[in-house]
Ligand binder design. Sequence first.
Ligand code: SAM
Length: 262
Amino acid sequence: MTQLDHQIHSINPEAAGSRLFKLIAFLYGIAAYLVFFVTIVYAIGFVMGLVVPKTIDTGANTPATEAVIINLLLMTLFAVQHSVMARRGFKAWWTQLIPKPVERSTYVLFASLSLLLLFWQWRPLPTVIWNVANPDLAVTLITLSLAGWVLVFTSTFIINHFELFGLHQVTNHLVGKQAAPPRFRTPLLYKFVRHPIYLGFIIAFWAAPTMTAGHLLFAAVTTAYIFVGIALEEHDLVDLFGDEYRQYKQRVSMLIPWRRSV
Ligand SMILES: C[S@@+](CC[C@H](N)C(=O)[O-])C[C@H]1O[C@@H](n2cnc3c(N)ncnc32)[C@H](O)[C@@H]1O
């Protein structure tokens, strides 16, 4: 303990405790971020069938109906966790139970854990729906899928990667900086579509040279979920930013850059 720490501690014993709490909260935020990072990198391999030990098309042999039910349950668990915990009403209640600076990290951690559970327990449905024989077209589809993932990552940085995944909040807390109120932003890609991250996911999930029934189920359900997520997110964004967001919706389309809104 430095002399200054010692003085602070003897004036106010709680100050040292709160510094320790800030450090623990910060380390928790880093740990949650690392779990998220491993999960998203694994997700690329899982969906594209590359490198990772368990992909969307591998796993325990399961009768088709049972596999569909298990997979739907896994996706529902993720969707419920991911959308309920993102609502402003839920956060207002939840932050009475957990400290506010770690709310986002906890959300990120829970979302990552429910995705890891999905990857682990996912049952393959190997029936081939389409298989692109033309090697040039197959490579184009793989490239498109990778481009989808790149769009996801770059858009998170454009909108605010470190805030989205909780690191900003725990760092501010550690250095005693007040969290700034949320700001409406339309940087770069957000001038062309309102949801580039979700657009990236849709491209990454659908652009596949070989589409099995399992992969199709995953792509269809996650795409439907993205539309529900957009409706919920935009409801909150209108509540938060009012006319600014309403006008943005008039001006900029949801997912397809060259089409006017819905
Ligand atoms: C996972 S990000 C997805 C952002 C966007 N829907 C997309 O697909 O790129 C969700 C967070 O971004 C915030 N958000 C979305 N659009 C925004 C905007 N134009 N300005 C500020 N925050 C925004 C939402 O409030 C939410 O906290």
